[in-house]
Structure formats: C-alpha cells, structure tokens
Design a binder for this molecule. Structure first.
Ligand SMILES: [Zn+2]
Length: 266
C-alpha cells in the first residue's frame, strides 16, 4: 500500500493544505479527511488521483479543516454520478454524530439533483467504537480517540503480515489507543510545532503535541515509522530539517515529516 499526502498543515495554515491523505491498495483509494475546502480538488489533481476513482472516504471529526473538503467531494461525486462519469457507489464512513452532520450539511448546501444521490448511491456509513470493516481488501478498525473537544475517531489498518498502521487523528495520543498503536509499523500522529517553539505556538492550549512529545511517544510505543502531520507552517521551508533534528533525539525508528503531495510506500 501507499499513502499520498494531500495536506500536512493544521487548521489555519496558508503555506500548505490542511491535513488529509489518500491510502491506496491494489483495489483502490480511501480518502481520509478532506481538508478545509475546494483545495481538495486541486491536490487530488496534482497527485494524479481522479475523484471519480475515490469510492471510500473516512472522516475523523467535525472540525472545518477536516470536513469542508468532504462537502466538495460529495458535490463532485453526486454531480458526476448525474453526468454518468462516476461509476458504482460511494461510501463515507464516520462516527454516527458526524455522519448525521454530513447528511444535514449536504442537504443544506448541495442542490436537489445532487442530494438525490445521497442514500441512493452515495452512502453515509456510521461506524462505532471498535468496529471493523473490510475496505478495498484490508481490514480497518475504527476507534474513538477520546477527544474532549469534538468526538473524534482514528483507525487501525491491517497492512498484512502482522503489520499495522494506526492513525490517532489530530489530537495527542490517549492511553485508550494503546491496543491499536503499540507496536504498529506506522503511527500517524499530529505535531503542532517544535518543542523548542512551544512558547511561540502554544500547542498545549490547543490540545496538540510537539515534535518531541510525539517522538517520545512513538519510542515508548515501539513503532517502526512515525509520520508527523497537522503542523504549523511558519517553518515550512525548513520544516523537515528542523523537525527531524528534534524528533530524532527521542525516536530511533524512521521519522517521516512529509510535504504536501509526498507519496510514501507503507
Ligand atoms: Zn485539524
């Protein structure tokens, strides 16, 4: 499998797109989150991924830097279904409250012809805490990350041969995620900024982590690869170099600090 990173930034970035990405197996693409707007379509185009080839989408939580791009995807998918350009059905997985919210938003924001496809060919699929689903040849286990801000789900993806990828969403790891995250081949975790710049960016006030926090966590959980995202963008020109220098002091596996549009083999 491979991961195509569409965006790497936190909610208010202007130098990159908000954090979202595509997981691709031999059987197709799963989009995770949509970022904050129509730029999702730009990034997909730049990545060479046709929106008509995306039939599975997972949404972590209702913050606008994750959800508004999904509304654009719903529009494009429904519009292209109507135009005969989108084959087969589309599935959007989210926890129940979020699935209901997406349905409400779509009904308020999309046009009648588009809305008609929802429930008919575009399916909002509620997933529960610990629920497993087989998607595009791989098993995903969705779980509640225990957010105190807005209910948020992460997931564990079975990569095969005993290897797992665990996504903790965009909040700091919570002990309830240990059974998924511990020993994972890949851990996707947020890092708002460098620990050395915590007094500039105030990650803890926003309930986020630093590169040091995430790196120490990954070391303790014994993961092989740590991928950091949902970062500030003021250091973007030197982000990889700076974050790597801090993170490698605490984590001895492989540290990944992607740029928008990076493609990584899992
Ligand atoms: Zn976010």
């Amino acid at each position: 499998m491979k991961i195509t990173i569409l965006g790497t930034g936190n909610a208010l970035v202007t130098e990159c797109y908000n954090t979202c990405y595509v997981l691709t197996s031999e059987e197709g693409h799963l989009l995770v989150d949509g970022g904050g707007g129509g730029t999702i379509l730009v990034r997909l185009k730049q990545a060479g991924i046709d929106p008509n080839e995306i039939h599975h989408i997972f949404v972590t939580h209702k913050h606008i830097d994750h959800v508004m791009g999904i509304i654009w995807m719903m529009r494009v998918i429904c519009q292209n279904m109507n135009a005969g350009k989108y084959q087969d059905d589309a599935y959007i997985y989210a926890h129940e409250e979020l699935a209901e919210m997406l349905l409400k938003l779509a009904k308020m924001l999309l046009n009648k012809k588009e809305i008609k496809r929802i429930g008919e060919r575009l399916h909002l699929v509620p997933v529960g805490d610990g629920e497993k689903r087989r998607i595009l040849g791989h098993e995903y286990t969705f779980f509640d990350i225990g957010s105190t801000k807005a209910k948020q789900y992460g997931y564990m993806l079975d990569l095969g041969e005993g290897r797992r990828l665990t996504c903790c969403g965009d909040e700091p790891y919570n002990e309830r995620e240990r059974k998924y995250a511990e020993g994972s081949a890949w851990l996707l975790h947020e890092a708002f900024c460098l620990d050395a710049q915590a007094d500039v960016f105030h990650p803890y006030e926003k309930h986020h982590s630093t590169v040091k926090d995430a790196s120490m966590l990954a070391e303790e959980l014994g993961v092989e690869n740590l991928l950091l995202y949902h970062t500030e963008d003021q250091n973007i020109a030197r982000r990889q170099e700076l974050y790597r220098a801090e993170g490698e002091q605490y984590f001895h596996g492989s540290l990944w600090i992607p740029e928008d549009l990076d493609v990584i083999e899992l």
